[in-house]
Ligand binder design. Structure first.
Ligand SMILES: C[S@@+](CC[C@H](N)C(=O)[O-])C[C@H]1O[C@@H](n2cnc3c(N)ncnc32)[C@H](O)[C@@H]1O
Length: 212
């Protein structure tokens, strides 16, 4: 999977993204923010913040940074922050999730909503989230993983090759992701329509592995 494909896909898609991926994915966004942003004064990072659909759910007394590889998606997020006066949003920056430009232990909590399966290396992406999150901090992910149902799984595997060219892993098994990410998963909840997505609540227990 090539990052250039991802950038092109989201450049083309930024205008219609909120219509297609808006309300139907709000339950996962709301729940993830509620879990991660559970105290006043927290500093939080959202990786792959996109058009900022989750940003209104963060507490007003927190400081939120959002990063994304797509300048066009972030432009939409900036518009949302301005229109809705989201003072909790401290910064929105173009950045690669696999090479975060933040010091170790910079954030109390880190979130990634519908992003794990669109990055080229989910293991490196997870290692970066762990590195910038404080020890004992919360990491929350929401994503679609390969289905348990054989018919859907069959379709996902057939689609995998095509999907790679528009920037996502259609065949994305949960157990392999958990193993390779090194994340300490405390809870897995079904999320969104038919529970077809999963919310992973993780504690940043382990020191980040030295990926290079
Ligand atoms: C499916 S969208 C999810 C957006 C948002 N989190 C939401 O809830 O709607 C995936 C986002 O991840 C971003 N993305 C993909 N690869 C990335 C990378 N390597 N680094 C940073 N952002 C990335 C895309 O540009 C896109 O905005």
């Amino acid at each position: 999977m090539d990052l250039r494909d991802t950038i092109r896909t989201y450049r083309l898609f930024s205008g219609s993204y909120d219509i297609v991926f808006g309300p139907v994915f709000h339950p996962g966004r709301k729940e993830a923010v509620r879990i991660a942003n559970d105290r006043p004064g927290q500093r939080l990072l959202e990786v792959g913040v996109g058009t900022g659909l989750s940003l209104p759910y963060f507490r007003r007394d927190s400081r939120v940074t959002g990063i994304d590889i797509s300048a066009e998606m972030l432009e939409k997020a900036r518009g949302r922050v301005e229109r809705q006066h989201l003072a909790q949003v401290e910064a929105l920056q173009v950045m690669d999730a696999e090479h975060l430009d933040f010091e170790d232990n910079s954030f109390d909590a880190v979130l990634a909503l519908y992003v794990a399966s669109v990055v080229p290396s989910p293991a490196r992406f997870a290692a970066e989230m762990r590195r910038v999150c404080i020890p004992g901090g919360t990491i929350v992910l929401v994503n679609h993983f390969t289905s348990d149902q054989w018919a859907l799984r069959f379709m996902e595997r057939r689609l995998a090759h095509l999907a790679r060219h528009i920037g996502f892993h259609a065949d994305f098994p949960l157990d392999a992701f958990v193993r390779e990410s090194g994340l300490t998963v405390r809870e897995i909840r079904p999320s969104n329509l038919f529970g077809y997505w999963r919310l992973l609540r993780c504690i940043n227990e382990k020191p980040a592995s030295t990926f290079c």
